[in-house]
Design a protein around this ligand. Structure first.
Ligand SMILES: [Zn+2]
Length: 444
């Protein structure tokens, strides 16, 4: 079935003034001014259409501890020291599934079509966490890069992971192999892929970093970790490894194009060049970075050096939401403080959340609207008061603060209609998740 997404108010694609034709889950053609394809149409005249947003860093289970009274107003290490024991003690398969479902729904409602979640907690009972995430993404029709994280360096061993949160190295590697075999689809148009992701330099061992890189090479999948998020991390690496985080990344065999890191803030000029030469991707997480007062990613220098730069909501307890179109606005704002108004535009911020993010995930089939690409599209209406008076519809999305898509198409299928996913009882999800989260407030 061919469908013409006809006459959008605006569209983020060159040569598609009259929209696009979608067929078999892909963009079949761009419709230029004057053209009139003889196919079924969808009237998009009230919609601004952009490529579906691609989220490249998140921790969906953290929706259970948003704005937690014991953790607010802290920077990363103190924030983590407060929350890790609470997560390790209270996460179970039921609340984990609800947290996953809620965060995925939030992302989808903001216009997201591909999700990546850095899932690093595998307390007893959560051994199937990756499988739960795959099931929940499938139920919503979302694409997902299942990012199999890990923790294996406890406080007693010089890390910051509580004992209840760590796994044995062999068990971690065996499960990585299992989830790759089960979920990693290398084909064009894949709905599920797997990346391997030791959590951070301060909570996994050097040995696990090296072994994980070797496994990713064997399995042909991508690698992810947190890197250079805070100055505390630089101090930690200097003290424990006698080098800075980028040197450490190189030592453990991670300086290559298979890798994308989260945050990537505290790099010096020479490190930016090395990362760019190695084509290491960086997921910029503006909202989380501002909340935790971590600093500003050197987006422009990293891109100029050769690194893909994508966008992530991160969190959800350091954001404290899962709204990627809001993250686009935050990216524009924080980058303008660092650079200037002319060198960072709304189109740059949208580019990070789409094509840049797709590159971070190693995907050439999503992230832009062009013939042959997957038909992953986000549709926004400009009916709310906040948009009234706007001149440039694409700029309005970012500058006036769009926060909810009206429709979302993934692989040619409608996965969001009238602002909600068909078949999902959003009010019930809110109530059930809220009840589950209450118990985290009582826990210490
Ligand atoms: Zn993170």
């Amino acid at each position: 079935m061919r469908t013409w997404i006809k006459d959008p108010l605006a569209i983020l694609a060159d040569g598609a003034t009259r929209g696009v034709v979608v067929e078999d889950g892909r963009i079949a053609e761009l419709v230029a001014l004057g053209a009139e394809p003889p196919v079924r149409t969808f009237d998009a005249s009230r919609h601004v259409v952009i490529p579906g947003l691609v989220n490249t860093h998140h921790h969906m289970f953290q929706t259970l501890t948003r704005a937690h009274p014991a953790a607010i107003n802290k920077e990363l290490f103190a924030w983590l020291d407060t929350l890790l024991p609470i997560w390790a003690k209270n996460l179970n398969p039921d609340n984990f599934r609800l947290a996953t479902r809620l965060a995925l729904t939030e992302l989808l409602m903001s216009g997201c079509t591909t999700v990546s979640d850095h899932q690093y907690l595998y307390t007893p009972g959560l051994e199937s966490a990756i499988d739960v995430q795959a099931e929940e993404a499938d139920a919503l029709g979302l694409r997902i890069t299942l990012t199999r994280g890990s923790l294996n360096l406890t406080i007693a061993e010089g890390g910051n992971a509580v004992p209840a949160s760590v796994q044995d190295t062999d068990a971690i590697l065996a499960d990585c192999e299992r989830v790759v075999a089960r979920w990693h689809d290398r084909r064009d148009g894949a709905m599920t892929q797997v990346a391997l992701a030791p959590c951070a330099p301060f909570n996994v061992t050097r040995h696990l970093m090296i072994e994980t890189a070797a496994l990713a090479e064997r399995c042909d999948c991508r690698l992810h970790t947190h890197l250079a998020e805070t100055r505390d991390e630089i101090d930690y690496c200097l003290e424990k490894y006698s080098c800075r985080p980028v040197d450490y990344l190189e030592e453990v065999g991670w300086m290559n194009e298979r890798v994308w890191v989260a945050h990537g803030i505290h790099f010096n000029d020479e490190e930016v060049k090395r990362l760019g030469r190695a084509r290491v991707g960086v997921c910029h997480c503006p909202t989380s970075n501002m909340v935790l007062a971590s600093g500003q990613c050197r987006t422009r220098e990293l891109e100029a050096a050769g690194s893909p730069v994508g966008l992530g909501v991160d969190g959800s307890a350091s954001n404290d939401n899962s709204n990627l179109i809001e993250g686009v606005r935050h990216a524009l704002m924080i980058n303008r403080l660092t650079y200037d108004a002319a060198s960072v535009t709304h189109l740059d911020a949208l580019h990070w959340a789409t094509a840049g993010s797709a590159r971070c995930l190693g995907r050439s089939d999503i992230g832009s609207i062009a013939p042959g690409k997957q038909a992953d599209l986000a549709f926004y209406r400009l009916d709310e008061l906040r948009f009234s008076g706007a001149g440039d519809p694409l700029a309005a999305l970012v500058l006036c603060g769009a926060h909810a898509a009206d429709r979302v198409m993934i692989k040619g299928e409608w996965r969001l209609v009238g602002g909600t996913p068909p078949g999902v009882d959003v009010a019930r999800l809110r109530a059930e998740h809220g009840e589950a989260a209450k118990r985290f407030l009582q826990a210490v």
